[in-house]
Design a protein around this ligand. Structure first.
Ligand code: PMP
Length: 396
C-alpha cells in the first residue's frame, strides 16, 4: 500500500472534514515515523502534542498490553484500579486535593467544565478570542475562532469573548454573574500565542474577586509539554478551580480529564454527567506509564533545556524568513516574516521533517518530550535548507 493508494481509499471512505491528508504513516519508533512509501521522518508534530513518549514507547506498550490482558473495560458501574491510581497521581502532581472526571478527549474535558460552570447557577461565561477548546457544542461555544463556530450557530450559553492577553478586557467582562472564565495558558491552535507576563495572575485575582470559576485549558500545554507538569505552575500563586487535560496524558490513547479543586470539585451530583468509556482502564494504565516515565527520567528538565536549544538555534540562524520563536518548553512557534508556513511545512516534509502550520505565519513544533540532543541537531541542521526552499517558492 502506497501513500497515494491509502489517500484514495481515505477519500472514498472517510468524511472530508479534515480534507484528505496526502501522507500515510504506517509505523513509528521514538521520535521517528515511517510512511507508506518507506520514507522516514523526524516527527516534530507528535500526533498534535499527543505522543509525549514518542511512538511505540516500551512503557506504554507494556502497560497497555498488561492491562488489556487482565481487564480491558468495566464501564462506570464498577471501580477499576487504574483510573483511581491515575487520578491520585494527577492530584499529586498538582500538589492539591481535588477530584477528577475522566473522559476521552480534550473537547469532552472542556464540555464537563462547561456543565460544572452551569451548576454554579450563573449563566454567563467568558472566553478568549482565538482560543481553542474543542468541537463539541459546549466546547465550541467557548472556542473563539469564528470559522469553526459560524457554521454551527446558535451555540449554547451566554459567552463573551475578550481579546487574549488583555487584563482590562477581563476586568470589564467578568462580573458576579459570570460562572466561569476559561483560558489557555498559551494558545496552541491559534499559533502558540503567549500572553503578557502577569495575565494568568490577573485572571486569578479577577475571578476570585467575582466568585467566578477559573478554568485553565491545559489540554495542549499540560503533562510536561512546557517544561513543568502544568504550564500554570510556572506562574506563582495561580491556583485554578478547574483544569482540563487530554492529548499527552494518554501517550497516544484517547483520554481526557477535568480536574476540579475546592468547591468546584463537588458541584456535579450523582447522575448529572458521565460517559461509558471515561476512566477506561487501558487508557488510564497508559496515562500512568506516561507520568511514571516522564518523572523517572527527569524528562521535564530536558524539555526546558531542549526547548531553549531549539529557540536559540532557530533564532541564531538569522534567516530572513524567521522573525522569532515563541512558546515554552517543547511547544514552540517559529514566527515567520512572511505568511509561508504551509510552504515551510511542505519543504520540511521533503527534507524528512514533520512540522505543523497552525497559522499562515507560524510553524508549530510539538515533538515528543523524550527527544534528545541528537534529534534537535538533526532538526537544526535541516532547517536552513527548508527555510530557503520555502522562501524560494514565494518567488522572492
Ligand atoms: N483544548 C485545547 C487547548 C486544545 O488544543 C484542543 C485540541 N487541539 C482541545 C481543547 C480539543 O481536544 P480534542 O481534539 O481532543 O477534542
Amino acid at each position: 500500500m502506497t501513500n497515494a493508494e491509502l489517500s484514495h481509499r481515505w477519500k472514498t471512505a472517510l468524511m472530508d472534514n479534515y480534507g484528505t491528508p496526502k501522507l500515510s504513516l504506517v509505523s513509528g519508533s521514538g521520535a521517528y515515523v515511517q510512511d507508506a512509501d518507506g520514507t522516514r521522518y523526524l516527527d516534530f508534530v507528535g500526533g498534535i502534542a499527543v505522543n509525549a513518549l514518542g511512538h511505540a514507547h516500551p512503557a506504554v506498550v507494556e502497560a497497555v498490553s498488561t492491562q488489556i490482558a487482565s481487564l480491558g473495560h468495566v464501564s462506570n458501574l464498577f471501580i477499576a484500579e487504574p483510573p483511581v491510581a491515575l487520578a491520585e497521581r494527577l492530584l499529586q502532581l498538582f500538589g492539591r486535593t481535588g477530584k477528577v472526571f475522566f473522559s476521552n478527549s480534550g473537547a469532552e474535558a472542556v464540555e464537563a467544565a462547561f456543565k460544572i460552570g452551569r451548576l454554579t447557577g450563573r449563566g454567563h461565561m467568558v472566553a478568549t478570542d482565538g482560543g481553542f477548546h474543542g468541537r463539541t457544542m459546549g466546547a465550541l461555544a467557548l472556542t473563539g475562532q469564528p470559522t469553526k463556530r459560524d457554521p454551527f450557530l446558535p451555540l449554547p450559553g451566554d459567552v463573551t469573548h475578550v481579546p487574549y492577553g488583555d487584563v482590562e478586557a477581563l476586568r470589564a467582562a467578568v462580573t458576579t454573574d459570570t460562572a466561569l472564565l476559561i483560558i489557555e495558558p498559551i494558545q496552541g491552535e491559534n499559533g502558540v500565542v503567549v500572553p503578557p507576563k502577569g495575565y494568568l495572575e490577573a485572571a486569578r485575582e479577577i475571578t476570585r474577586a467575582t466568585g467566578t470559576l477559573l478554568v485553565l485549558d491545559e489540554v495542549q500545554t499540560g503533562i510536561g509539554r512546557c517544561g513543568t507538569w502544568f504550564e500554570h505552575q510556572a506562574h506563582q500563586g495561580v491556583e485554578p478551580d478547574l483544569v482540563t487535560l487530554a492529548k499527552g496524558l494518554g501517550g497516544g490513547l484517547p483520554i481526557g480529564a477535568t480536574v476540579a479543586f475546592g468547591a468546584a470539585a463537588d458541584l456535579l451530583e450523582p447522575g448529572q454527567h458521565g460517559t461509558t468509556f471515561g476512566g477506561n482502564p487501558i487508557a488510564c494504565a497508559a496515562g500512568l506509564a506516561v507520568l511514571d516515565t516522564l518523572a523517572a527520567n527527569g524528562a521535564l528538565d530536558n524539555v526546558k533545556r531542549l526547548g531553549e536549544r531549539i529557540r536559540e538555534g532557530v533564532e541564531g540562524l538569522g534567516h530572513p524568513l524567521v522573525s522569532h520563536v515563541r512558546g515554552s518548553g517543547l511547544l514552540l512557534g517559529i514566527v515567520l516574516t512572511e505568511p509561508l508556513a504551509p510552504q515551510v511545512q511542505q519543504a520540511a516534509q521533503g527534507a524528512g521533517l514533520l512540522v505543523n502550520a497552525p497559522a499562515p505565519d507560524v510553524v508549530r513544533l510539538m515533538p515528543p518530550l523524550i527527544i534528545g540532543d541528537a534529534e534537535v541537531d538533526t532538526f537544526l541542521q535541516a532547517l536552513p535548507g527548508v527555510l530557503d526552499a520555502a522562501h524560494g517558492r514565494s518567488g522572492k
